[in-house]
Design a protein around this ligand. Structure first.
Ligand SMILES: Nc1ncnc2c1ncn2[C@@H]1O[C@H](COP(=O)(O)OP(=O)(O)O)[C@@H](O)[C@H]1O
Ligand SMILES: [Mg+2]
Length: 383
């Protein structure tokens, strides 16, 4: 987006400066105009890449502005977005008919949507854009290492630690998910169903309103495939749009990818702010993890954005942290102790470990780890 110019036209001075500041912060060069006429002159003179206008300006209403813009060769193709103080559908229709490309109503959510729209219109590749909420993906080289339990429990601790943050957890493990079972979700909404919706309906607002809040867990859940048959029917082409929109609607999005390294999960791993790699202490999992990590490195994943957790899911025996680090070739950031039956007990009762066994070492480790992960993700984003 470097070097892209956006012209903002708004008769309301406060709104003009607010929108301009937000776009400037998103990396655009911003031109401003306080009236329609002034806007036209600026458009013809400065050739902005995109124009954002409140069509309810006093001197020249948006519909007329659009017609004049369109009929001049210098600006006939410049994308025009309405950021309107008029929520009426009829107004939206009239503006779209006159040549506006999009019609957004001024609400609390309008700015992130606007930024995303401008990115799309100016050709900034969506897949490369780490915008919106922090994306933290969980993966492992083998099943049974505790990936799903840790994903749910770490998301819960991040949520408790930051009550103001909006957190979504998405189960993307195919062919059958397990987070719904862990957190006790009994509804019938799931990823497979959502992926059947038109992308235009998958707005950040839609997700915020329709994903169930799991009260004991303090996050919103998008459950995974309920059975293998559904899992095999997942419309994978929609995953990118779903995750992108979730990121615009939430401050943190946690994805359980399980042990999948596929055409679906790779772009998500590449776009994540942080990758949690879960390893258990047995030699075969550690060896397989090395293979996975070596592969991810060839895809450009940096060691600095990987957070490796050694989870003693299978018991105390097995390799030490140092041995595992040596074999895999990564630093292990956290070692989660073996919790005996407590882990399974908490899972079976659909309760977070920190709530069910607050004094257990694992609870303390979980709290610390969650804090570290959230901080690291935020730090990596700021670089
Ligand atoms: N640190 C641990 N101590 C004891 N049991 C654990 C631990 N981590 C995970 N488990 C148990 O291991 C099993 C597999 O965990 P799960 O999260 O489903 O793994 P994955 O998603 O990697 O297949 C579950 O029964 C879980 O309760
Ligand atoms: Mg799992």
């Amino acid at each position: 987006m470097a070097g892209k110019n956006v012209l903002v036209i708004d008769a309301d001075a406060a709104s003009l400066s607010y929108v301009s500041a937000a776009l400037h912060k998103a990396g655009y060069q911003v031109l401003r105009a306080g009236s329609g006429r002034e806007g036209l002159v600026a458009a013809w003179r400065d050739h902005p890449d995109v124009i954002v206008m409140d069509p309810v300006t006093a001197d020249l209403k948006g519909e007329d502005f659009a017609v004049r813009l369109r009929s001049d060769a210098r600006t006939s193709k410049t994308p025009l977005i309405a950021l309107s103080s008029d929520p009426l559908h009829s107004r939206a229709r009239a503006c779209l008919d006159a040549g506006f490309k999009e019609y957004l109503v001024k609400t609390g959510e309008a700015i992130p949507v606007l930024v995303e729209m401008i990115g799309r219109l100016t050709g900034a590749p969506v897949s490369a854009a780490k915008d919106g909420g922090l994306l933290i993906v969980f993966l492992s080289a083998k099943g049974g290492t505790g990936t799903s339990s840790l994903c749910a429990n770490i998301a819960m601790n991040v949520a408790v630690n930051q009550p103001e943050a909006r957190i979504a957890v998405v189960d993307m493990v195919l062919p059958i998910g397990s987070i719904a079972e862990i957190v006790g979700y009994e509804g019938d909404q799931n990823l497979v169903m959502i992926a059947e919706m038109p992308s235009s309906e998958m707005t950040p607002d839609f997700f915020r309103k329709s994903l169930t809040e799991m009260s004991a867990w303090h996050f919103h859940l998008l459950a995974g495939s309920p059975d293998p048959e559904s899992g095999n029917q997942l419309n994978v082409g929609k995953i990118g749009d779903i995750v992108h929109s979730l990121r615009l609607g939430y401050d943190f999005v946690f994805l359980d990818l399980g042990r999948s390294l596929s055409r679906i999960s790779l772009p998500l791993i590449e776009n994540a702010d942080l990758v949690a790699m879960i390893v258990s202490t047995d030699l075969s999992t550690v060896t397989l993890t090395k293979t996975v990590w070596d592969y991810l490195k060839t895809k450009g994943l940096q060691a600095s954005s990987v957070f490796t957790i050694l989870n003693r899911a299978v018991g105390l025996e097995g390799l030490t942290k140092a041995e595992a680090e040596k074999i895999i070739g990564v630093d292990i950031k956290t070692a989660m102790p073996y919790l005996g039956g407590n882990f399974a007990l908490a899972n079976n009762q659909h309760q977070p470990i920190t709530t069910k066994f607050p004094n257990d070492t694992a609870s303390i480790v979980l709290k610390d780890t969650s804090r570290q992960m959230a901080e690291l993700a935020r730090h990596l984003r700021s670089l």
